[in-house]
Design a binder for this molecule. Structure first.
Ligand code: HEM
Length: 484
């Protein structure tokens, strides 16, 4: 807790990497908490520069210490990388030098050893299974379920015509229903208990995010949160196990487990070949991972897009024109979705300014050389998405403005050929496994909304983006619905 941090600090300083000094046990967590409490305690003006608000410590220290800097989460060294060449090298690593870091505590209870967190052989096996469940043809088959779910939402919206509606909660229900139906063959109501308990765990995780946990020292840690998350973890496990057993019974009746994600997982759990078989624990962890990853992020993407389209009504009109040209009054279809150009530009720009995932984290597995730096084993590499998405050297001087036009020539052109300059879905082998699923879902929902409604920002909207596991609007997004 003293000599190791001081040694690492010295090794990094000698290479020109500086940062706020290490403080015994706490590292920089106290300063980080104070800075964040100050910026988050009040709403911001309607600006899209959310980096100084959500990560004020990084915003300030990167200015002081340079583009790559060292900071401390307790005694754990975190090398913050914001030079895109370095980020690319780390995220594209195939030599297993920079794997995902191990997780513990509440995050471990929340995600277990599912695809987001697993490593090595286990990850490769899981990723293959997931790719199979979410490959292009399967995604096409999911379109009708997505459309039906949006229609259910729009039925509710009829009661808000000419009035205000809060869309964050609407999209929470929509995205939960979509992942329940498409991946687990059930409805949101059936999985409601699991969602609610997972969301409670997300809240516990978020409030403990900056608390450090040291072996044998419980004084910084809230024991009640620990006990509550243990209880939630057990209850979620029991509910998912019941769901698995129910699906196993389907085999007896139908002769197969079903072709959705849950079906593939249960099939792998029952595989007669031991080398392909996965454990019950694996199935539970994967279900938890997909319940969370499958809706939380898309919920935010949809909410921020509606906010931006309510502000920039010229872009709302442009998108409506594209939707009507492609689908008229008809339901969206897979071919049309693949041809949406303006819609893709708007989604890209929304994810640039409001990326739901704001940190990509890796660990240095062994002493290694990263371009011109020599990195000691076990330090954490932290790539802050917002810093890259808002770098004027990559994007130009209008970096804080909403300008979907910058994506008109594609992502590579928009980033001036900096592949790691735009990473809302990550990069390299660990990139998002649900990217096409999420963008399809968003395009379908937005198209169907635009076909029926124009919307303007309600005067009650308060711009207060917060980091709560993902980047979300603290008080929701209120718009006024005008039927067309
Ligand atoms: C707008 C929506 C989404 C965003 C912005 C997003 C973002 C991300 C990012 C940044 C990563 C990489 C994390 C890293 O490198 O450490 C990731 C990984 C992942 N995402 Fe998404 N995601 C979205 C939607 C989804 C959906 C809908 C699903 C599931 C249906 C999903 C499942 C996953 C999984 C399983 C991984 C881990 C992949 C691996 O490590 O092999 N995501 N996502």
């Amino acid at each position: 807790m003293w000599w190791t941090p001081i040694r690492i600090q010295r090794v990094m300083n000698l290479q020109g990497i500086r940062g706020p000094p290490y403080r015994f046990i706490h590292g920089n967590t106290k300063e980080v908490l104070n800075m964040r409490t100050a910026t988050m305690s009040k709403p911001m003006g309607l600006s899209h520069n959310i980096f100084p608000r959500l990560q004020p410590h990084l915003h300030s220290w990167l200015n002081i210490y340079g583009k790559n800097m060292l900071m401390w989460h307790g005694p754990e060294a975190q090398l913050v990388i914001t030079e895109s060449e370095y980020a690319k090298e780390i995220l594209n690593d195939k030599e297993k030098i920079y794997p995902k870091g191990g997780i513990e505590g509440i995050l471990k209870k929340l995600l277990g050893d599912g695809l987001v967190t697993s490593k090595g052989e286990k990850w490769a096996k899981q990723r293959k299974l997931v790719n199979h469940a979410f490959y292009a043809e399967s995604l096409k088959d999911m379109v009708p379920a997505m459309i039906e779910t949006v229609e259910m939402m729009l039925e509710r919206w009829k009661h808000h015509e000419g009035k205000e509606i809060e869309v964050f909660e609407e999209f929470r229900l929509l995205t939960s229903e979509v992942i329940s139906r498409t991946a687990f063959g059930s409805s949101y109501l059936e999985g409601k208990g699991i969602f609610e308990k997972l969301m409670k765990m997300v809240t516990i995780y978020s409030r403990n995010f900056f608390k450090i946990r040291l072996p044998g020292l419980s004084l910084f840690w809230n024991r009640r949160d620990d006990m509550e998350s243990d209880k939630l973890e057990r209850e979620i496990r029991d509910s998912i196990t019941r769901m698995i057993r129910k699906r196993e019974n389907v085999l007896r009746e139908q002769g197969n487990f079903g072709s959705d994600f849950l079906g593939l997982l249960v099939e792998a759990y029952n595989d007669p070949d031991e080398t392909n078989r996965i454990t019950l624990e694996d199935v539970v962890d994967e279900c938890k991972t997909f319940y969370i990853a499958g809706h939380e992020t898309t919920n935010n993407l949809l909410s921020w897009t509606i906010l931006l389209l309510a502000i920039y009504t010229d872009w709302q009109d442009e998108l409506r024109k594209e939707v009507l040209e492609l689908f008229g009054e008809q339901k969206p279809n897979a071919e049309g979705i693949a041809r949406m150009k303006k819609m893709t530009m708007v989604i890209n720009e929304t994810l640039r300014l409001y990326p739901p995932v704001i940190s990509l984290v890796r660990k240095v597995e062994r002493d290694s050389k990263l371009i011109r730096f020599v990195l000691p084993a076990d330090i954490i590499l932290h790539i802050p998405t917002l810093s890259l998405h808002l770098d004027p050297h990559i994007w130009g001087e209008d970096v804080h403005l909403f300008n979907p036009e910058r994506f008109s020539g594609g992502v590579a052109k928009a980033t001036n050929n900096h592949p790691a300059g735009y990473i809302p879905f990550g990069l390299g082998p660990r990139n998002c496994a649900g990217m096409n699923f999420a963008t399809n879902e968003a395009k379908i929902a937005l198209s169907m909304i635009l076909q029926r409604y124009a919307f303007t920002l309600s005067p009650t909207y308060v711009h207060s983006p917060i980091f709560h596991f993902t980047v979300r609007p603290e008080h929701g997004v209120q718009v006024v619905l005008h039927p067309l």
